[in-house]
Design a protein around this ligand. Structure first.
Ligand SMILES: NC(=O)c1ccc[n+]([C@@H]2O[C@H](COP(=O)([O-])OP(=O)(O)OC[C@H]3O[C@@H](n4cnc5c(N)ncnc54)[C@H](O)[C@@H]3O)[C@@H](O)[C@H]2O)c1
Ligand SMILES: O=C(O)C[C@H](O)C(=O)O
Length: 352
């Protein structure tokens, strides 16, 4: 049973105004609201986690969302009850545990996946592979069965491997649509915009930095020669910015000192990214984001670069544009590591 319904029934029976438990008063299920009439249906898998909770809140205030499904293996009743009291349009329903995955996923237009363990100081994202690969596989198997045509936003690390895992699970089930599987690298762009704005002394809202490659260390490649508004940097500024953008995740992991990785800025980035996907699905023009997707922009099967989103998902790939010497050499380094991470993810499914 959906968690929200269960909570509603339980609270009805606990109400002091109904000592006879005779069901003679109004329950939530009898209310006139229908909900979900127009707008998109969005599910968050891992909704009770650090990213999941803030992201759930941000999606609840997104006017494009009419139904919001919150799924996790723990704590969704509390998160759902809490968020469902916000006076915005989306109807919120909670789902707890594998047996409720089918109801959580059925009918969803967009599924966002932040499920999985985060890093602690001293770990690389690849150290999370052992646990998160299996979590992503299970959730993606659910998607193949219950909402095979949905758009997927994959956040769980290591993104450079989890996206290939998802692709292989979908291929195995015959449901793979490369246009609808997107690895979320938006936090790298959000960080890059912030740090560049800081250096330039301008508002980050006015800055656009393309970040290509992948989402780990040297695979994160900011193209500082293509920053908008057009500007130039000293060699020191380029070194500082590239380093800070590539290690932004580690900066947060170390500051949190064992209490996890970026959750608040990530929820913000994921919500921006999901909103772009929904506006694309609605048919809005010129929705351009950086995303880690099935790609022919380089010789690698997956690559993060600028893409245009539309009703089909990823509808157009933009070329990388002119790179300077510093960026060309960064790209070679990035591709080497990225190729290995992609192969590791692919093999995790194909070996079975
Ligand atoms: N792509 C990015 O830019 C980016 C940024 C930050 C974090 N992350 C990654 O996101 C993931 C989550 O981070 P967090 O800080 O929210 O972690 P967290 O531990 O706070 O939350 C993870 C949630 O996933 C849930 N979960 C575990 N197994 C599950 C399953 N099988 N089905 C559904 N839910 C399940 C947990 O119960 C928990 O609530 C991590 O892998 C982290 O590395 C990615
Ligand atoms: O650094 C991490 O482990 C989390 C995330 O990938 C990030 O970039 O913040």
């Amino acid at each position: 049973m959906e968690v929200s319904r269960r909570v509603e029934r339980i609270s009805a029976h606990l109400m002091p105004s109904n000592p006879k438990n005779d069901n003679s008063f109004l329950e939530r299920a009898n209310c006139r609201a229908k909900g979900g009439a127009s707008g998109f249906k969005v599910a968050i898998l891992g909704a009770a986690g650090g990213i999941g909770q803030s992201l759930s809140l941000l999606m609840k205030i997104n006017p494009l969302v009419s139904v919001l499904h919150l799924y996790d293996v723990v704590n969704t009743p509390g998160v759902t009850a809490d968020i469902s009291h916000m006076d915005t349009n989306a109807v919120v329903r909670g789902f707890l545990g594998q047996q409720q995955l089918e109801n959580a996923l059925t009918g969803m237009d967009l599924v966002i996946i932040p499920a999985g363990v985060p890093r602690k100081p001293g770990m690389t994202r690849d150290d999370l592979f052992k646990i998160n690969a299996g979590i992503v596989r299970t959730l993606c198997e659910g998607i193949t069965m219950y909402c095979p045509h949905t758009v997927v936003n994959l956040i769980s690390n290591p993104v450079n491997s989890t996206v290939p895992i998802a692709a292989e699970v979908f291929k195995k089930a015959g449901t793979y649509n490369p246009k609808r599987l997107l690895g979320v690298t938006m936090l790298d762009v959000v960080r890059a915009n912030t740090f560049v704005a800081e250096v330039l002394g301008i508002n980050p809202i006015d800055v656009d930095v393309p970040v290509i490659g992948g989402h780990a260390g040297t695979t994160i490649l900011p193209l500082l020669s293509q920053v908008k508004p057009a500007c130039s940097f000293t060699a020191e500024e380029i070194n500082y910015l590239t380093n800070r953008i590539q290690n932004g995740g580690t900066e947060v992991v170390e500051a949190k000192a064992g209490a996890g990785s970026a959750t608040l800025s990530m929820a913000f980035a994921a919500s921006k990214f999901a909103d772009a996907c929904l506006r694309g699905l609605r048919g809005d023009a010129n929705i351009v984001v950086c995303a880690f997707v099935d790609s022919q922009v380089t010789e690698l099967p997956f690559f993060a670069s600028k893409v245009r989103l539309g009703r089909a998902g990823v509808e157009e790939f933009y070329p990388l544009g002119p790179l300077n010497e510093y960026e060309r050499s960064g790209l070679e380094i990035a591709k080497k590591e990225l190729g290995q991470s992609i192969a590791k993810g692919t093999y995790f499914i194909t070996k079975a």
